[in-house]
Design a protein around this ligand. Structure first.
Ligand SMILES: [Fe+2]
Ligand SMILES: [Fe+2]
Length: 253
């Protein structure tokens, strides 16, 4: 037997062993596959189960992720689901130091929760939708707007087009037409400056020595985020399913 054939054989044996040992099967949502550039049909759950009679598709908690409390709070999502939040914590601290009202501190604290917890593209729109039932309307508006306003300078508050964007997107990058259209609508809105303030405190060059703890904002959250009694995801709000998608991101159905 040549080397390649024996390697193949070993790989097959390993895969078989792994599938025997695993008692659950993960079928990824289409969105995850598309993000990998993968247009193939999803794995066939019936065939996988037939090959491994001990396994079932995931309908409960994912054993690979930390368990969530039964009635999860916003802080629980920061602790158990969101990625590193230093950028949000530093933005919120920056807003406090500038003397912004509490609800705007909250807006700065939450402005990128979609980036760190859900979906990146259009993150301001997703993030605003996630918090809409629980915060002041102006906070929702500002979170949605920050993503658009970031692309447009405003000399009156010293906000320039970020140099990091020139590097990341190229010097000739222009925002999509729907972003431009939203900018035209937002620039004349009564809450324009609230959205703008998020961009002003949306700082990218951090002092690595500055460490901000989430607990610093427990009271701000308590006073400005209407935590549902049943827990985020279980309060029958129009966005409850979006929070549940973060609790169990690989749920089969
Ligand atoms: Fe953002
Ligand atoms: Fe940000």
């Amino acid at each position: 037997m040549n080397d390649a054939a024996s390697l193949m054989q070993r790989a097959d044996a390993l895969e078989e062993k792994m599938s025997r040992e695993l008692d659950y099967i993960v079928v990824k949502s289409r969105l995850y596959s598309l993000a990998e550039g993968d247009l193939n049909p999803p794995p066939n759950a019936n065939a996988l189960m037939a090959a491994n009679p001990n396994a079932q598709v995931l309908m409960g908690d994912d054993p690979r992720l930390p368990p969530m409390p039964e009635k999860p709070t916003l802080l629980d999502f920061f602790k158990y689901r969101f990625g590193p939040a230093a950028h949000l914590l530093q933005s919120a601290r920056h807003a406090v130091n500038a003397g912004l009202p509490e609800k705007m501190v909250l807006a700065c604290l939450l402005h990128d929760i979609s980036t760190i917890g859900f979906i990146r593209g259009d993150h301001g729109y997703w993030g605003a939708q996630l918090v809409e039932p629980y915060v002041d309307e102006e906070v929702t508006w500002a979170i949605r707007a920050h993503q658009v306003l970031r692309f447009y300078p405003d000399e009156s508050v010293g906000y320039e087009y970020p140099q990091s964007y020139v590097k990341a997107f190229g010097a000739d990058y222009r925002p999509d037409q729907y972003v431009e259209d939203d900018y035209q609508r937002m620039r004349n809105h009564k809450w324009y400056m609230s959205g703008r303030m998020i961009t002003v405190h949306d700082i990218y060059s951090f002092d690595p020595k500055v460490h901000v703890e989430l607990e610093e904002f427990t009271d701000v959250i308590g006073r400005n985020f209407r935590q549902p009694e049943q827990g985020l995801g279980f309060d029958n709000s129009p966005v409850a399913h979006m929070w549940r998608a973060m609790i169990r991101p690989a749920k089969y159905l």
